[in-house]
Design a protein around this ligand. Structure first.
Ligand SMILES: Cc1cc2nc3c(=O)[nH]c(=O)nc-3n(C[C@H](O)[C@H](O)[C@H](O)COP(=O)(O)OP(=O)(O)OC[C@H]3O[C@@H](n4cnc5c(N)ncnc54)[C@H](O)[C@@H]3O)c2cc1C
Length: 447
């Protein structure tokens, strides 16, 4: 098994439980190398794999136990994907509260990474919209966890990367959405200062906001971006003839990336040309364009297995957040990326609002995510240097995307690590929950 980046695959025994009872039985079984839950494998690195141990694929847990259509509250199995959730709820006027850059993630994976979307600045992360979840722990069986009733177990599981137990079911508060379109305002920003300024001044006026940065642009163009912001279109905003159609979360026509793509196909000049084309095609200023949900939220979901375009060595994503006030660190990261001429496609910049605690990634500040081809020997020291810079700015990298952080920096980046470990140990005293990520970063600590 590997993550989305296809780096560092390892062997494990795979279980496919179909209900909570089976999950409880498998987790209760112990085993020297422990066990970890897995969703759709969209974390980039080694979070959902467990060399020599057991992995519980939970995508079979997809039942809908309750849907209160009047209040927008739904209780579903943790293996349901966010795409399935959207398909199910949108015809009733409801939508998932947080949609990450791919809709192919499970509810369990969304909780374990406490995922964020383009609305974090206003609405927080996935776990901010949970009423409750059912957690199976290795020794303790199944428990209902609510933010009020069990704040410690709730907080440690939100962003806890599956290391507090297996979530088997969750109750989610949905947001209202009348149509299957987003009303989008687009503008181009000439450089980093310009885009940060536009986001600072304007983001609060929009539910969703994201900037696509050309991180190969240098000099005066450093940080040039296309800023896209919007909200769900209301029925009245649709063309007259379309107002009465039932909204649906359409999966885009799926193309497949070819297999056997050699590494190195994505050279810096090729990517530079693609970035240039994207930037030039974007309107300088456009207001109120109606876009289908999936093109706004998940443009890459239309290409199946696009990660294969990076060839056999795979890819990694570097995602960092630095607090407001540390914009210089962000600039330096961009300078380093563009200066090195790494073949980096458009990077994604977002503004985070208030964060949660413990291992949850978002803190108030700027987050930047960039995909890079893996397997170049100079990449490791280069990213180590960026880590130092991010840590010195009181920022952090995102564990759901990570495949190479050094453990020495973990506590600096996640100052509440010790407290999280204590809470985690209370839920898994035998230390049965393990993953390659946990071992690589010594996440759970102890002997
Ligand atoms: C193209 C792309 C875009 C992305 N965009 C974003 C984004 O915008 N924002 C964002 O936050 N993330 C983003 N991600 C990352 C992704 O949302 C997270 O990695 C998410 O956790 C993946 O969910 P999954 O179901 O695939 O879980 P997996 O990758 O299979 O597992 C991820 C973690 O969740 C744990 N886990 C899975 N299921 C359970 C369960 N039922 N109970 C307990 N633990 C469980 C695993 O143990 C593991 O630690 C993106 C990923 C890709 C590939």
């Amino acid at each position: 098994m590997s993550g989305w980046g296809r780096t560092a695959p390892t062997l494990a025994t795979l279980h496919r439980p179909v209900d909570a009872e089976e999950v409880t039985a498998i987790l209760g079984h112990g085993g020297a190398r422990g066990a970890i839950a897995r969703g759709l494998g969209r974390s980039y690195g080694d979070a959902a794999q467990n060399a020599g141990g057991r992995v519980l694929s939970l995508t079979g847990l997809r039942n809908v136990r309750d849907f209160d259509v009047a209040r927008g509250l739904i209780t579903v199995g943790a293996g349901l994907s966010i795409a399935e959730l959207a398909r199910l709820t949108l015809p009733f006027g409801w939508f998932p509260p947080v949609l990450p850059g791919t809709s192919q993630v499970t509810v369990g994976g969304a909780i374990a990474a406490d995922v964020h979307g383009k609305n974090h600045h206003r609405e927080g992360s996935f776990c901010d919209h949970l009423r409750a979840f059912e957690l199976v722990t290795p020794g303790g069986g199944r428990r209902t966890v609510t933010p009020e009733g069990e704040p410690d177990a709730f907080g440690a599981t939100a962003g806890g990367m599956g290391l507090t137990g297996a979530v088997v079911e969750a109750t989610i508060e949905l947001i209202a959405a009348e149509t299957d379109r987003v009303r989008v305002d687009t503008e181009r920003a000439r450089d980093l200062d310009d885009v940060l300024d536009r986001m600072e001044r304007g983001d609060e006026g929009y539910r969703y906001s994201v900037a696509w940065i050309d991180c190969l642009a240098r000099g005066r163009g450093l940080g040039r971006s296309v800023l896209m912001r919007g909200d769900h279109a209301t029925r009245d905003e649709l063309p007259r003839g379309e107002r009465d159609t039932m909204p649906g979360f359409a999966t885009p026509r799926v193309l497949s990336a070819p297999r056997g793509v050699p590494s190195g196909l994505l050279s810096a000049p090729a990517v530079r040309a693609l970035n240039e084309a994207y930037f030039r095609r974007a309107p300088r200023l456009e207001r109120g364009r109606l876009e289908p949900l999936h093109t706004f939220f998940n443009p890459l979901d239309g290409v199946r297995d696009w990660n294969r375009l990076y060839g056999p060595r795979g890819l990694l994503q570097y995602q960092l957040v630095v607090p407001f006030g540390a914009e210089d660190a962000l600039r330096t990261v961009l300078e380093r990326l563009s200066g090195e001429r790494r073949p980096a496609f458009l990077a994604v910049l977002k503004r985070f609002g208030a964060g949660r605690d413990l291992l949850s990634f978002p803190i108030p500040g700027w987050t930047l995510a960039v995909d890079l081809p893996a397997g170049h020997t100079e990449l490791a020291p280069f990213l180590d240097e960026l880590d130092q810079l991010v840590a010195a700015a009181d920022g952090r990298v995102y564990l759901a995307k990570d495949s190479r952080l050094r453990r020495e920096l973990l506590e600096r980046m996640y100052p509440q690590l010790k407290h999280w470990r204590e809470l985690r140990a209370g839920l898994d005293p035998e230390g049965s929950l393990r993953s390659d990520l946990a071992r690589r970063l010594d996440l759970v600590g102890g002997p």
